[in-house]
Design a protein around this ligand. Structure first.
Ligand SMILES: Cc1cc2nc3c(=O)[nH]c(=O)nc-3n(C[C@H](O)[C@H](O)[C@H](O)COP(=O)(O)O)c2cc1C
Length: 201
């Protein structure tokens, strides 16, 4: 079984999502030693924004060396994703959405004919059967029913994106309110770790 582990927080030590994503992967590996893990740190090795040259090259247009290298980088992340049974993603909320590094990664995954297609009745996700676990952290509280819930474009984006690709099983291991003081932060992280342990079991 293949596990793809992605991190996207710009914080190093002290990152909540990095701590949680590592914990989830460790728990999964603890439960089953046969996991083959591929790790990608989108901050240490960022993908570039999509470009017109990249899109044209995907459709067969001639590409210079820089575009060819960019297409190669995109194909590499696509292959890791397509091969994975489970994808664990460290995804902080930045400015109500996901980090631009993570957005650059999803941009390389949404490729017609590879991860989705269009049928008579609309889009069809081609990635059925994969599982996604998102290690989510945010400074405030945005979960369903809270006054700021409508401002969540982080988890809601990931839910929509992977749903579009046909992935129905997406779980959020969430630490929220981490900016509301050390007590709330510690409780949020502990609750997230408890949730992670339940998921891994
Ligand atoms: C650039 C930046 C933007 C942020 N934007 C938001 C935000 O819009 N809403 C929020 O509740 N918290 C926001 N935060 C707080 C983070 O979501 C919180 O610190 C979280 O722990 C970040 O994940 P990390 O610890 O893995 O880096 C922001 C933090 C940073 C660094």
């Amino acid at each position: 079984m293949k596990l793809l582990h992605i991190d996207s927080s710009i914080a190093g030590v002290g990152s909540v999502t990095r701590e949680l994503s590592a914990e989830i992967v460790a728990l999964l590996k603890g439960a089953d030693k046969s996991w083959n893990v591929i790790y990608r740190d989108l901050v240490a090795e960022p993908l570039s924004h999509l470009t017109g040259g990249y899109l044209a090259a995907l459709q067969g247009a001639p590409a210079d060396q820089a575009v060819q290298a960019d297409v190669g980088a995109g194909l590499a992340v696509m292959e890791d994703f397509l091969a994975a049974d489970v994808i664990v993603i460290g995804a902080p909320m930045y400015n109500f959405g996901v980090p631009s590094q993570l957005k650059a990664w999803t941009g390389r995954l949404a490729v017609r004919g590879k991860t989705f297609s269009y049928g008579e009745h609309g889009p069809v996700g081609l990635c059925k059967g994969k599982k996604v676990i998102v290690a989510s952290a945010r400074g405030g509280i945005f979960s369903a029913g809270s006054p700021l819930a409508a401002l969540d474009h982080q988890e809601s984006y990931l839910l929509s994106f992977f749903g579009f690709l046909g992935i129905a099983e997406i779980s959020f291991v969430r630490a929220e309110g981490v900016a509301l003081g050390p007590v709330v932060r510690a409780k949020a992280i502990a609750a997230a770790k408890e949730h992670a342990a339940k998921l891994a079991a």
